[in-house]
Design a protein around this ligand. Structure first.
Ligand code: AMP
Ligand code: MN
Ligand code: ZN
Length: 950
């Protein structure tokens, strides 16, 4: 009968397939509604509706309920009871202790155990089994973890599975069955002596807090290690292939992880996500240690391993928070409205004024319904359906259903296409939707009491669960709560604040930067402000006498070469405040270089002199703004001059020469194999070649072959390939270690280009060890710095040189930027480098040996000069870009070009930060003609051309 009906239908309907499916859907809906679900009855009620029972209904304790009230974090037993700050991290002290002093050895696998996954694994679904697992884990020094979530049929989502692997065994913990017992496992996660290995843990960390109050202390995140190593990719799939020769189908992460039993495929996928992590972590740690040994000087260790560990543990400081909105659905509404109105202009058939209001109503309704029924927003009503409803404002229930169905048909054919449209939630509350659209409810605030009334309890239509009830009792408070919004921080704000505080604490200047000591000429005229050390330098040499104590001042006993007034620049005779030049913040500040060092380090010596003018103090917030605008402007410069920021790929030795010559060779280079790709492929083949799937082995072999011009390759070729792209120093070390010996000409001499990130946008290599950063504080001088100062003194730098002797406080600074946590894409496509992004390319220049001015890229590119500098800098900066830009400017416009270039950077800074507290005399057009004293290293005798006054 149904078949006959369908056939008749097809015969009658000449319309398109789309029209047909709408018809069928409407029929389906009608059938549903004409069956046993009257529109006033909730789809959740009774078992006649196709909805399987939702597993979360069996959860006894739900930490993150669907109410609008904030998430309550774990309170430890001995936490002070009066502390009503819900947003403090219960293990902050433990995590911070690890940040300060990781003090752990990082060796995750003792001997080379069998990589292969065994046939068996342990399914953990009872409390007893969970306790047994905890017993096992508490005896381990390390285990790996991953989680799978379900988010479609739940408002906040929940953890459906936790995978845990030790070296011996894979465990799959059924966190649906064990939802209320999971606290048993908390202690091992919080135990600082047990390292937990995750990959891309940002979300897992928050999910574990949300569902189980599980807090991770002592984390090693393999994705963070990839960042520190500047891997070209950091997805787990990439690591699995590279290190283990294992392929994984990431599409499975979208499976419905609530199902039991899990399919074999899902079990396999879930196990893979945790099983290989220990091995991968071990490989990455070996590489980190190798970098540490090869790239750092013995007396100035650069701690790659600790950096990876630090970035990992910073992730643990994140706190789960519910998103807070001023009004339910508000943020979705405003983004939908603006997207639609921007995109479509006046196409909307609805009044433009009515459209945003309808979107707002529908989003509020959807938000409330999703919370009440514990469904995701998408499940209740799609974004495109909201736009369509607001656009067309259908009046009847049938029209409403058609509109929704059509909107869902038009878009979203992929993942959600199997979802019922309109959703059962819409179908069972159709009248409400109509009332909303018809403005039967005038005031939006009245929606909530009405809807709740209709849903509530025995007289209402929806079976209300315990947490939905929580929502209801909070709902009355909501309007008040909305008006108090200013005091409530969104999740992002809270996470950002935590990172920011830590950043400030760790990296801001620890003592005033400007000492505001004064130097007078022997006729009593003020020459400049400077720091204490400068005064002492003159005093020790009997070149000056003290004329004031507080703040100290000296008078020179000789006639200085230049006078500030003569130079028509009074900037240097201003005392400077120790505050942010942007906003005036005085509690903390960092130095910021207005002209990025990647350029400035290549300026002619005598043009680098305006250091105190172009290095300013800023707070972390202004620093972030300034840094972001500078990074953007660099890209503009790159485009303007046709000089790319990053050299992307290197084909082989012949092309290297082309590359060192000009920037035009970029296209050639794009086709080559990057040294990293080459080395990684060679390494994987050497280590795991015989055990790899043949397809993968062929792929990797192809990569290596293409480097060798397509010829067959031998084992020796593979070994040689391991050295490609390494500095001579790095190669010597590797050779020594392996007992290999090659003629230097056999391999290309290239700087290590691993710092280059795929999309060339973010500096990934700015790793500055904490101890180095703290040298910002003058009182914490290191040996290296002391030596640096000694050198300065011996060369008599800056004497009688009024601008250099200004109080710049810039002898050993590094600069960096603060960045809020960004959740990485699970597919690993994020290019965000963790909580702290250190602005490495602003860190290339300093006069201390620990941070010497170098030109690594060029000494190595021409393949002749030996690197005479700190090798660590091979990781920093944009390679040849800075030098090429400066060379270009000098060639085309001479020093005026450099001056104008500097002015452009000052302009960029001013436009980004709108500084209100710049010292008097600070000027975008600043040129400050320089004259050099007889003691100065910049003495004219040493120069080839005299500075030109602009
Ligand atoms: P994974 O560890 O990569 O398997 O991801 C863990 C969980 O994150 C999965 O169970 C999904 O719930 C969720 N997830 C990650 N990426 C996606 C995605 N692209 N689409 C849908 N869900 C995802
Ligand atoms: Mn997973
Ligand atoms: Zn500021």
């Amino acid at each position: 009968m149904e078949n006959r009906y369908k056939m008749r239908l097809m015969a009658v309907t000449i319309g398109t397939l789309a029209a047909l499916s709408i018809f069928i859907t409407v029929r389906y809906r009608r059938r549903r509604r004409s069956q046993k679900c009257p529109s006033s009855s909730c789809y959740l009620q009774g078992d006649h509706c196709q909805n399987q029972k939702k597993p979360q209904h069996a959860f006894k304790r739900v930490l993150a309920d669907n109410s609008y009230s904030p998430f309550k974090h774990l309170k430890k037993l001995h936490d002070s009871p009066n502390e009503n700050d819900l947003n403090s991290h219960p293990y902050e002290a433990e995590i911070t202790a690890l940040l300060d002093n990781p003090g752990l050895e990082f060796s995750f696998i003792n001997e080379f155990t069998d990589l292969k996954m065994s046939e068996t694994y342990t399914w953990v679904e009872t409390e007893t089994q969970l306790k047994e697992l905890v017993d096992v884990l508490s005896k381990e020094r390390v285990f790996s973890v991953d989680t799978e979530q379900h988010s479609l049929r739940s408002f906040l989502g929940f953890t459906a599975l936790i995978q845990i692997s030790t070296q011996k065994e894979d465990y799959l913990v059924d966190t649906i069955a064990l939802h209320d017992a999971m606290s048993i496992i908390r202690p091992v996660f919080a135990d600082p002596s047990i390292c937990k290995v995750f990959h891309g843990s940002d979300n897992d960390i928050l999910w574990l807090q949300r569902d189980f109050h599980i807090y991770v202390v002592n984390l090693f995140d393999t994705a963070k290690a990839c960042e520190v190593l500047s891997k070209p990719q950091k997805s787990l799939a990439y690591l699995l292939e590279t290190y283990c020769g294992v392929t994984t189908n990431k599409l499975l992460q979208r499976e419905d992880w609530r199902q039991r039993p899990l399919s074999n495929e899902m079990v396999q996928y879930a196990r893979i996500d945790a099983h290989y992590l220990l091995y991968i972590a071990n490989c990455l740690i070996a590489e980190l240690k190798q970098q540490e040994n090869e790239i750092s000087c013995p007396d100035d260790k650069f701690h790659f391993v600790l950096e990876a560990s630090r970035r990992s543990n910073m992730t643990c400081l994140q706190l789960y928070t519910k998103d807070v909105e001023g009004f339910p659905g508000e943020s979705a509404a405003s983004s939908l409205s603006s997207r639609h109105l921007n995109g479509q202009g006046g196409v909307s058939s609805n009044f433009e004024t009515k459209f945003p209001d309808l979107v707002r109503r529908l989003c509020a309704w959807r938000d409330l319904m999703a919370r009440l029924h514990d469904e995701s927003l998408r499940y209740v009503l799609s974004d495109q359906a909201i736009v369509a409803l607001a656009d067309r404002a259908p009046m009847t229930t049938t029209e409403v259903c058609n509109t929704i169905n059509q909107a869902d048909l038009n878009v979203d054919l992929s993942f959600h296409s199997f979802l019922p449209s309109p959703s059962p939630v819409v179908c069972s509350h159709l009248d409400d939707v109509c009332s909303l659209l018809q403005y039967k409810i005038g005031n939006l605030n009245d929606i909530f009491p009405m809807i709740i009334q209709k849903c509530l309890g025995p007289s209402g239509s929806c079976p209300i669960s315990i947490y939905n009830y929580a929502l209801l009792i909070n709902c009355n408070l909501k309007l008040e709560f909305v008006s108090k919004q200013n005091g409530v921080k969104s999740s992002k704000q809270v996470a950002k604040k935590a990172s920011r505080d830590l950043f400030v604490q760790k990296f801001s200047c620890k003592s005033p930067v400007y000492h505001n000591c004064r130097i007078y000429a022997n006729d009593g005229r003020l020459l400049c402000y400077c720091d204490q050390r400068k005064l002492e330098w003159y005093l020790r040499r009997d070149l000056a006498k003290i004329v004031d104590d507080n703040p100290p001042a000296i008078m020179l006993l000789f006639e200085p070469k230049g006078r500030p007034e003569d130079e028509d620049n009074d900037f240097y005779i201003q005392s400077k405040k120790n505050i942010c030049v942007g906003c005036g913040e005085g509690s903390h500040y960092l130095r910021y270089r207005i002209i990025p060092s990647c350029y400035r380090m290549h300026f002619p010596e005598h043009m680098k002199s305006h250091r105190s003018h172009d290095i300013v103090l800023v707070c972390v917030d202004c620093h972030e703004v300034a840094h972001a605008s500078a990074e953007k402007y660099k890209k503009q410069i790159a485009a303007e001059f046709g000089i790319p920021l990053f050299v992307r790929k290197v084909a082989d030795l012949k092309q290297v020469q082309v590359m060192s010559g000009s920037s035009e060779s970029e296209t050639n280079l794009e086709e080559g194999v990057s040294p990293l790709q080459l080395r990684t492929a060679a390494m994987a083949l050497l280590r795991h070649g015989p055990r790899m799937p043949s397809k993968r082995r062929d792929e990797l072999t192809q990569i290596v072959m293409s480097y060798y011009g397509g010829r067959e390759i031998s084992e020796v070729d593979l070994e040689k390939a391991l050295l490609v792209g390494m500095s001579p120093h790095e190669r010597r070390r590797l050779e020594k270690k392996k007992g290999l010996s090659f003629k230097p000409s056999a391999v290309s001499i290239l700087p290590n280009v691993e710092q280059e990130n795929n999309n060339g946008s973010t500096v990934t290599s700015g790793i500055v060890e904490t101890s180095e950063v703290t040298t910002l504080d003058d009182s914490q001088s290191t040996k290296a710095e002391a030596r640096g100062r000694k050198e300065d003194r011996e060369t008599g730098a800056d004497v009688g040189d009024s601008s250099v002797c200004a109080d710049s406080g810039i002898n050993e600074e590094v600069s960096f930027t603060f960045k809020e946590n960004v959740k990485p894409d699970k597919n690993g496509v994020s290019d965000i480098n963790g909580v702290l992004l250190i602005n490495s390319n602003d860190n290339c220049e300093s006069r201390s040996p620990s941070n010497r001015i170098v030109d690594l890229y060029h000494t190595e590119y021409d393949g002749t000069a030996q690197p005479k500098h700190h090798p660590k800098l091979s990781l920093l900066g944009h390679g040849p870009h800075g030098k090429q830009v400066v060379d270009h400017l000098l060639k085309e416009y001479g020093e005026d070009g450099i001056r104008q270039f500097s002015q452009r950077w000052r302009q960029v800074f001013v436009e980004a930060v709108h500084p209100r507290f710049l010292p008097a005399g600070w000027d975008v057009m600043h040129s400050g003609r320089r004259d050099f004293g007889e003691y100065s290293v910049y003495n004219p005798a040493k120069k080839t051309s005299a500075p030109i006054q602009s």
